[in-house]
Design a binder for this molecule. Structure first.
Ligand SMILES: Cc1cc2nc3c(=O)[nH]c(=O)nc-3n(C[C@H](O)[C@H](O)[C@H](O)COP(=O)(O)OP(=O)(O)OC[C@H]3O[C@@H](n4cnc5c(N)ncnc54)[C@H](O)[C@@H]3O)c2cc1C
Length: 345
């Protein structure tokens, strides 16, 4: 598994340049910001540097300068699909969360209706806005935290709907090698060019330097009340099956023909607690922060679940979430090791 950064304690070589860039763009540069404030699981050590942007145009101004100066960076939307290490992240963390209604535009003149939105728009909020307009296609998204950009990268989905189902076009800022130099080029990628698969896309799979600026979605006209009833039904189903509280959502992808939660449950790990993190007794693919969980606690639970499922079913669970930062492969904690040995006898 590749992790994008290792932590280091040497003085930052790009602090001065980052200060100049932030000044030039009128952005606030913060340092040593706890990333637990920016993640749904409320876990994560400090960002060496952090800038918040609130529109795709600001993001499009910032990225070429970061690329030009070869500054290591991590782009986050809602931080709802990442596990950030306790040591935090080296370089710049960019938080992309759009503010204001002007970041979404509806074109209701044709069939289907079209919606343009900034990548930093809150996905669930966008789904509710669409419902208000009598536009169907995003009902599945009403309970999913995070931004449209994160959902586009992950091909987020639920209840038989997903991002690929509504997307027409994505505006990408792509760092490309052209005529003997790197350039930041804006491109329009069609949904086919995103190469979507289950919770995956070309952007998630490949280590290309490209970010989502905005997207065009296609939605169908329906009765607004009908859409809201469907959303309420999805919300109730989520409430019954998924635990409340700080978590990362589904930890593992479902393997073909089965469910990661069912496998972890059948391996006897529901309720397993390490430090401040617990495998939810309600849904075993959700790992909960009980209040003071560290990334290491969660990482150890991940190893325990993987090992238990591999030992019992011969299935290698694949992470749905993305670990960022420094994660050593830990040995299985002894308490789990002994419980696995008992189960395998
Ligand atoms: C309680 C809970 C329930 C959830 N339920 C679901 C569910 O039902 N279905 C589902 O699919 N997911 C679910 N998730 C996972 C998560 O909410 C989604 O994957 C979400 O779409 C991630 O968006 P984000 O903005 O938080 O992304 P982040 O976690 O911030 O980022 C995820 C990845 O996307 C990249 N990224 C973010 N924005 C951009 C951008 N503009 N350009 C390029 N790369 C970008 C990041 O660099 C990172 O690699 C759930 C999570 C939680 C906590």
């Amino acid at each position: 598994m590749n992790f994008r950064y290792m932590t280091s304690r040497v003085p930052s070589p790009y602090a001065e340049r980052l200060g100049e860039i932030a000044h030039q763009l009128g952005m606030e540069l913060q340092s040593q910001m706890p990333l637990s404030r920016y993640t749904a699981a409320r876990i994560g050590g400090p960002a060496e540097f952090l800038i918040e942007v609130n529109s795709s145009s600001k993001l499009a101004q910032l990225m070429p300068l970061i690329w030009e100066n070869e500054i290591p960076y991590t782009l986050l939307g809602g931080g709802s699909n990442v596990l950030i290490s306790d040591e935090g992240l080296v370089g710049l963390v960019i938080i992309n969360r759009a503010r204001g209604r002007s970041r979404v535009r509806f074109d209701l003149s044709g069939h289907p209706a079209l919606v343009w939105a900034d990548a930093g728009v809150n996905l669930a909020h966008l789904a509710r806005q669409a419902a208000e307009q009598g536009l169907s296609g995003l009902e599945w998204a009403c309970g999913i935290p995070g931004t449209l950009g994160g959902a586009i990268v992950n091909n987020a989905g639920a209840f038989d709907g997903d991002m690929a189902g509504s997307l027409v076009m994505v505006t990408i800022l792509h760092r490309k090698w052209e005529t003997n130099q790197f350039r930041a080029v804006q491109e329009q990628w069609t949904v086919e060019e995103m190469e979507y698969r289950y919770r995956s896309s070309r952007l998630k799979q490949n280590a290309i330097q490209a970010i989502v600026l905005s997207a065009l979605l296609r939605l169908e006209r329906r009765d607004s009340t009908e859409i809201k009833v469907k959303m309420e039904d999805f919300a109730q189903r989520r409430k019954k099956t998924q635990p409340p509280g700080a978590s990362l959502g589904s930890m593992f992808k479902n393997p073909p023909g089965d469910f990661a939660g069912r496998l972890i449950d059948a391996a006897g790990l529901k309720g397993l607690t390490i430090g401040g993190a617990m495998i939810s007794p309600l849904h075993a693919n959700f790992f909960i922060n009980l209040g003071n969980a560290t990334a290491k606690d969660v990482w150890q639970l991940i190893q325990a679940a993987r090992q238990a499922v591999a030992a019992k079913f011969g299935i290698d669970l694949e992470l749905e979430i993305q670990p960022l930062g420094n994660f050593a492969e830990p040995s299985t904690p002894s308490v789990i090791q002994s419980s696995l040995e008992v189960q395998n006898e």
